[in-house]
Write a protein that binds this ligand. Structure first.
Ligand SMILES: CC(C)(COP(=O)(O)OP(=O)(O)OC[C@H]1O[C@@H](n2cnc3c(N)ncnc32)[C@H](O)[C@@H]1OP(=O)(O)O)[C@@H](O)C(=O)NCCC(=O)NCCS
Length: 163
């Protein structure tokens, strides 16, 4: 449960969620969503149902291996995004780190991202975690604002990597 009664977090379900994920990335805004998450333009491939199924399968496998924990964000009968915790250091980001994507643009700007992030931080806090990490592109004003409001502080300087 989140503090928004309409927004729930559930385990990934390949059957249920792959077609929603395909919808997020095949619409006009889909490429921008991937870019805003820090995917390098030359690494973005045309999404297919099979590629989305494979991504969900990877989420499930990473959870089984204790590397990542993933929840799908559900609003009513619609899967609108995903949130995950990296349980191990990932590409220079210390663990645990939290990641968030409202894949369906029409659900953005309604406080859902904030509700999900608060839920994730409460979950980690209840598990005894005192420091949580997150990384975002400096150009991503939405998540920069959200994270700052919720209490994240800058740790180190902005940087440019090979992508
Ligand atoms: C970033 C994201 C998670 C924010 O979720 P959201 O549900 O749209 O955000 P909320 O409605 O909870 O808004 C939280 C705060 O961010 C601000 N915000 C939201 N969209 C914004 C935008 N486009 N520009 C500037 N600020 C924005 C809101 O104003 C709000 O601050 P406020 O309470 O002072 O008004 C969502 O837009 C998203 O998933 N985007 C695409 C993927 C992505 O960028 N993920 C993060 C990668 S690190």
């Amino acid at each position: 449960m989140t503090d928004n009664p309409d927004v729930k977090l559930t385990s990934p379900d390949i059957e249920r969620d792959a077609s929603f994920a395909l919808g997020w990335f095949t619409q006009d805004a889909g490429r921008d969503t991937l870019l805003s998450m820090g995917n390098a333009p030359h690494k973005i491939q045309e999404p297919t149902l099979e590629s989305e199924q494979a991504t969900l399968r990877e989420f499930i496998d990473l959870e089984r291996d204790g590397i990542q924990k993933t929840w799908m964000i559900r609003c009513g009968d619609v899967t609108i995004g995903a949130t995950w915790i990296d349980l191990v250091e990932n590409h220079g980001v210390d663990s645990p780190s939290v990641h968030l994507m409202i894949g369906e643009p029409s659900f953005r700007g309604q406080g859902i991202g904030g509700a999900v992030m608060r839920t994730m931080l409460n979950y980690l806090s209840e598990s005894g975690v005192r420091t949580v990490y997150s990384r975002h592109l400096t150009s991503n004003k939405a998540v920069a604002r959200l994270n700052q409001e919720i209490g994240f502080e800058n740790d180190g300087e902005p940087y440019v990597d090979e992508d």
